[in-house]
Design a protein around this ligand. Structure first.
Ligand code: F6P
Length: 319
């Protein structure tokens, strides 16, 4: 393999730049040329590529976002559009592709694989919801951002004896909410993977109040419901006032943590190794601290599962 391409797709995640850098530097180490595709699959279709040399990925390991821009490209589901993109890549002598993104991005990648174009996937999403890998690039940074924000909210909640509902990202997955709940000592966490019980949430708030604990933190993953909706349910049923804070897109930005930079570097380099070995349709991941690769189809055909043990622990510790 003499020339490969790299793109980022879906929601951006801190550490994507570190992964791009690893792809470029690992490939350069083995004498392989790399081009960057801008704007995800949109750029793949239009042949929007730029050469990436050692210098062009210098000074980006610490930067959030993605230097290659990202997009969600609905028309990439169409056969003709995929073929147009493959033709553009072949014109540019690109022989393989590294896709950095979430499970939706893998779906597009697999369509290319089926058409004979080699692709390897690297999991990059703050949601940590790509089946097959224990961690995705960006999760650790987002988690730290959320925990830092909740610590600050708790300061003011304590001073004013308020109860707060903090809405965090996670449309289908509750990892950010769950891990942040444990790390920040939240009283209640609502995640899409587990049923919630409004009476139990209210009972916890009331129990806290009788112990003269007048502040409380409830974390709700956006996939369950909006923070404002939960506040209304609590007010309507128990007359308890809560304040709502929606953390929003600050969770997706910022300089990646050391852990995300290391993970991204390992993933990016491993993706290049797989392409060099002639592998395609594989996703890189990590399990029990070991780098792995597995069939990319698994990542979008299986469902993300939350860590039941962590959820139980969270409930036990927030008694
Ligand atoms: O996939 C990552 C994510 O941040 C989700 O947690 C969130 O639901 C979604 O992206 C928001 O996407 P957008 O910025 O496109 O609204």
């Amino acid at each position: 393999m003499k020339k490969i391409a790299v793109l980022t797709s879906g929601g951006d995640a801190p550490g994507m730049n570190a992964a791009i850098r690893a792809v470029v530097r690992k490939a350069a180490y083995h004498g392989i040329e790399v081009v960057g595709i801008n704007h995800g699959y949109e750029g793949f279709i239009n042949g929007s590529i730029e050469p990436l040399d050692l210098g062009s990925v210098g000074g980006i390991i610490q930067r959030g976002g993605t230097k290659l821009y990202s997009a969600r490209c609905l028309k990439f589901k169409e056969d003709a559009v995929q073929e147009q993109g493959i033709a553009k890549m072949r014109e540019a002598n690109v022989e393989g592709l590294v896709v950095i993104g979430g499970d939706g991005s893998y779906r597009g990648a697999m369509a290319l694989v089926k058409k004979g174009f080699p692709v390897v996937g690297v999991p990059g999403t703050i949601d940590n919801d790509v089946p097959g890998t224990e961690y995705t690039i960006g999760f650790d940074t987002a988690l730290n951002t959320v925990v830092e924000s909740i610590d600050k909210i708790r300061d003011t909640a304590t001073s004013h004896e308020n109860s707060f509902i903090v809405e965090v990202m996670g449309r289908d997955a509750g990892d950010i909410a769950l891990w942040a709940g444990l790390a920040a000592g939240a009283e209640t966490v609502l995640i899409p993977e587990e049923e919630y019980n409004l009476d139990e949430i209210i009972a916890r708030l009331e129990r806290g109040a009788t112990r003269s604990k007048k502040h409380s933190i409830i974390i709700v993953a956006e996939g369950v419901m909006a923070g404002s909706e939960l506040a209304k349910l609590i007010k309507d049923k128990a007359g308890i006032e809560t304040r709502v804070s929606v953390l929003g897109h600050i969770q997706r930005g910022g300089s990646p943590t050391a852990r995300d930079r290391v993970l991204a570097s390992r993933f990016g380099a491993h993706a290049v190794e797989l392409l060099m070995e002639g592998k395609s349709g594989r996703a890189v991941g990590i399990r029990n601290h070991q780098l792995i690769d597995y069939d990319m189809t698994e990542a979008f055909e299986k469902h993300h599962e939350s860590d039941v043990g962590l959820y139980t622990l969270m409930k036990e510790l927030s008694i």
